[in-house]
Design a binder for this molecule. Structure first.
Ligand code: SF4
Length: 489
């Protein structure tokens, strides 16, 4: 249905489905191009990073139009919708919620008037000082106004920038960025200029690309390929860039202290993306080879849990000399299950998404390679399915170390209590999932495969050593602003 403000609202609250890991952001400055369509295809390439909602904001130099809704990128926009979003620059977002619930009002980009124009903003990451920032916004707004509608860290950032007493968005952003703690890769815009910024640790990726007629900023390099942009470079941790008719201007708002997310290499990023100079597919093949060295198995066939386990299974097969085969068929349209919200849906999801190929599996000793074990439900169901399909032995191999700690920087695995490796040893997990053997790659082996020095990576979900301070209220989860009503504490 149409909202009074002209935006669509299908009101599909709670329709949490599909891969839910981080968020995808995209920005383009390209006068003369169909910027809304470029954003659409950019978001389409980043769909795996967030499937709850999608949105695009464009500007023709005079005013910003924004269109967002719940659902997949392909469900949210029609050709007609995109045709109305005219302009020279645009930003886009696809969302998985890590602060605030999955509702229409929390979809991005956010929009806010400022005294020098309008601000639209899209965010991938998760702030760790949201409570303090919310109080700051309340102070700036004055007690007469209410922040009760603000339930995401993204809205708080938008409000903070908009409320600065500076001469333009650039100056306001540069005043606000040092106050933000946590993980953020941002794209934002006013009527004339596209901006991008990355937190000082560069937890989430963000890259710059060049079109013939302009510039693109995106979460992953794969999105540049899909819109025909040439990869220029990664936006540096602690960097702020502005793009307009004067070209690209870069400023450093903080000294870089790189702590890139190790899990992007294992699972989150697309295999055709490049991070820190390493192709993700190649890295995952190398992780699989390392896994074969560290956790060998006597077996007849190596199969992946498709598709995220596929490159590691290829590497495992190559290193071990055991033939590679496809033993599980995936319905690609059902999401990656480990982070779906309810136990019931998760159990259903596993059945919906994977089906074993009996003729491949029957009578064989199988190595099954997956990217991670979070709660253990997926692997337990897979082992059961493979046994039902006649596997003689099942050796589960995991291309990441045990996930023992929650992520507070933009990935919603589970609470600590839900993580199977929190409290159970490997042998106990093996028994719990019903496998004949279970092996994980070591942290050192994983890091070596990325070819990134360990001090430049975050590996907190494996080690519990959080590189960015976690305040106590973070443990209240992503709905904390809704529970405490921001100004009430
Ligand atoms: S805690 Fe894990 S998932 Fe989160 S940023 Fe660090 S490595 Fe990535």
């Amino acid at each position: 249905m149409r909202r009074p403000d002209g935006l669509l609202n299908h009101n599909v609250l709670g329709e949490d489905k599909g891969p839910q890991d981080a968020c995808g952001v995209f920005g383009v400055w390209a006068p003369g191009e169909e910027v809304a369509k470029l954003s659409f295809y950019g978001l389409y390439a980043l769909q795996h990073r967030g499937t709850e909602s999608a949105g695009i904001a464009t500007s023709d130099g005079e005013r910003i139009l924004i269109f967002k809704d719940m659902g997949l990128v392909s469900q949210v926009f029609t050709e007609g919708d995109l045709a109305t979003l005219k302009g020279n620059l645009a930003i886009g977002h696809c969302r998985y919620s890590t602060t605030g619930s999955s509702t229409w009002v929390n979809a991005q980009p956010t929009l806010r008037p400022t005294k020098y124009g309008t601000l639209a903003l899209a965010h991938n990451g998760n702030l760790t000082n949201t409570g303090d920032l919310a109080e700051l916004v309340q102070k700036l707004e004055g007690s007469a106004t209410s922040m009760s509608g603000v339930t995401t860290d993204t809205e708080i950032m938008t409000a903070l920038i908009a409320l600065q007493d500076e001469k333009n968005v650039e100056a306001s952003a540069l005043a606000v960025l040092p106050q933000l703690e946590g993980a953020f890769s941002l794209v934002f815009m006013d009527e004339q200029t596209l901006y991008a910024a990355r937190d000082r640790h560069g937890v989430r990726p963000l890259v710059l690309g060049k079109l013939e007629t302009g510039w693109v900023v995106a979460s992953e390099s794969a999105a540049l390929d899909i819109v025909g942009a040439a990869f220029v470079r990664e936006i540096e941790p602690g960097e702020f860039i502005s793009i307009d008719s004067n070209g690209v201007r870069s400023q450093r708002w903080a000294e870089a202290q790189p702590k890139g997310c190790l899990f992007e290499y294992v699972y989150l990023a697309r295999p055709d993306t490049t991070i820190a100079g390493s192709g993700i597919h190649k890295t995952r093949v190398a992780i699989g080879a390392q896994l074969a060295k560290e956790a060998p198995a006597e077996a007849d066939l190596v199969i992946p849990v498709p598709e995220s386990g596929t490159p590691a299974a290829i590497g495992y097969a190559k290193e071990s000399g055991i033939p590679f085969g496809l033993g599980l068929v995936k319905n690609s349209y059902v999401g990656r299950t480990f982070i779906q919200p309810s136990q019931t849906i998760r159990q259903l999801g596993i059945r919906l998404k994977l089906n074993p190929l009996r003729e491949i599996i029957e009578g064989k000793r199988i190595v099954v390679v997956d990217d991670s074990i979070v709660r253990g439900n997926t692997q337990r169901a897979i082992v059961r399915m493979l046994r039902e399909a006649g596997a003689r032995e099942i050796h589960v191999r995991i291309s990441s170390p045990p996930v023992k700690w929650p992520c507070y920087y933009g990935i919603d695995f589970a609470t600590r209590a839900e993580l199977i490796a929190n409290g159970l040893e490997v042998e106990e997990i093996r028994r719990s999932i019903g496998a004949d053997s279970l092996g994980y790659v070591s942290l050192d082996g994983l890091i070596a495969a990325t070819q990134v020095p360990s001090e430049r990576l975050c590996s907190a979900c494996f080690t519990g050593e959080y590189p960015i301070r976690i305040p106590e209220d973070m443990t209240e989860g992503k709905l904390r602003l809704e529970i405490t009503e921001v100004h009430g504490h």
